[in-house]
Design a binder for this molecule. Sequence first.
Ligand SMILES: Cc1cc2nc3c(=O)[nH]c(=O)nc-3n(C[C@H](O)[C@H](O)[C@H](O)COP(=O)(O)OP(=O)(O)OC[C@H]3O[C@@H](n4cnc5c(N)ncnc54)[C@H](O)[C@@H]3O)c2cc1C
Length: 506
Amino acid sequence: MFVKIMRHQTKTFFTFKNVKISTRNISNRPDFTKNRYKITRGNYNYLHEEHIHYFQNLLGESRIVMDLSDLEKYNVDWFNQVRGCSSIVLKPKTTEEVSNILRFCDLNKLAVCPQGGNTSVLGGSVPVFDEVIISTELMNEIVDLDEHSGVITCQAGCILENIDNYLETKGLIVPLDLGAKGTCHIGGNVSTNAGGMRLIQFGNMHGNILGIEAVKANGDVVDCLSTLKKDNTGYHLKHLFIGSEGTLGFVTKVALQCPARPKFRNVAFLGLQNFVKVLKTFKLLRQRLAEILSAVEVIDTPTMEFIKNVNSQNSPIGEYPFYLMIETSGSNERHDEEKLSGFFEEAIHKGLVLNGIVANEPAKIQKIWSVRENIANGFKARGSKMLQYDISLPFKDYYNIMEPIREYTKDVSETVFGFGHMGDGNLHLQIILKSDVTEKIRSKINDFVFEKILELKGSISAEHGIGLLKAKYMDKIKPQSSIKLMKSVKKLMDPNGILNPYKVLL
Ligand SMILES: Cc1cc2nc3c(=O)[nH]c(=O)nc-3n(C[C@H](O)[C@H](O)[C@H](O)COP(=O)(O)OP(=O)(O)OC[C@H]3O[C@@H](n4cnc5c(N)ncnc54)[C@H](O)[C@@H]3O)c2cc1C
């Protein structure tokens, strides 16, 4: 029996059977992904009344979302690019509940979409069709902190910033920092192998996650929740879950090593004349600041114009072709300041830096950081009128990619700009389109950009993963031998393919 819900006041209509949804036109909402990308629904079951009864018995009604207007925020991504049509969100609190949900979905061939803070960039966190959304929203408990080793164990739904606030009271810091920290969940960070601003100092999730507890598609709990820094016993299975974007298992708990919180921070905002000087400055930064260098971000002129337009924020030092934002984090104020002023003297003496400011008070530091952190705010409104690329390139070609792309897209683009975690060779390249373009044109631009990246021996995804939007490029960017192995791992872990279908591997 199929369920049918009618809501008079909002004039919504819903049938699970046909996966047809008509809602009042919600402005600025993207098209349904399945229509836009012409995706064929996999051979999964539709949600029946008895399925809903099972979930209600397991979780109670208060932890299930089925109201259409409440569902919208789980069906649309943060960047307004993709839109699914799931009719149900489940909010487990425990590993056991996740296990029961997945076992039931697997037996009943119901596809699922794991969701954390829903801030992912490539459409990985929202369903394509009617997948059951399993949200970690209520899995938000800190389980343990070992203050000797600095290892924190917590549930997957803890918000990154909340973990950091807690760690601050213990003199520790979370070794990951990104613009979405107030919303993203640690389980999502692990599942995307998130990078962020401080990767240059602390490394990525593969290095910082000591243990993981995850649930396989069939409901089996995989306990790799070691909190040891050294544990060379057999295969390191935790790495399968790091960066696999919810396609191999549902992460329920993580153990994360957290360094001592640096006592002193300095943030500098520099103006530079050209990219050659940016590169030379970066080399000098690495040499002179070494272990206290905790962030190196670049911003080009068109990005600064975009920031000015959307956030009404100006460069704090006037206008220059390029800007570098650098941060030092250390434990000895005098030592750090000496290093920093040594760097400045040399950079100015060598004619690398034209102008700059430095801040060491928290409010001023935050003000400078906000220039960088608020860039993405302007993306939401652009939705599908924007193409965004998160790429890695060898330093010598880091900015060389911009010109050919500007030229190629000149008829359809309003602006093409680049900024990003330069210290890791990671560029966020954005194309703002004059108007929404057809899928054919979008595909042509993607092909061009990706070809250029591969030509320059870069990666088409530095830190955002593959999700839905890059899945069709996997065949082009990975050798067949790797794809084949990935597919057999997927088959082993999730034989019915219920975990986050249409994502990562097609
Ligand atoms: C303003 C802004 C700035 C950003 N800056 C950065 C940045 O600097 N660096 C960076 O790397 N990313 C950045 N991102 C992207 C995004 O924040 C990261 O990818 C983040 O790690 C996603 O976490 P989330 O909790 O929102 O996960 P979601 O978006 O909910 O999910 C991401 C993926 O992980 C899967 N997933 C989520 N939770 C689980 C789980 N418990 N088990 C299994 N699978 C799961 C989902 O199915 C999906 O495929 C930014 C995003 C925004 C909006």
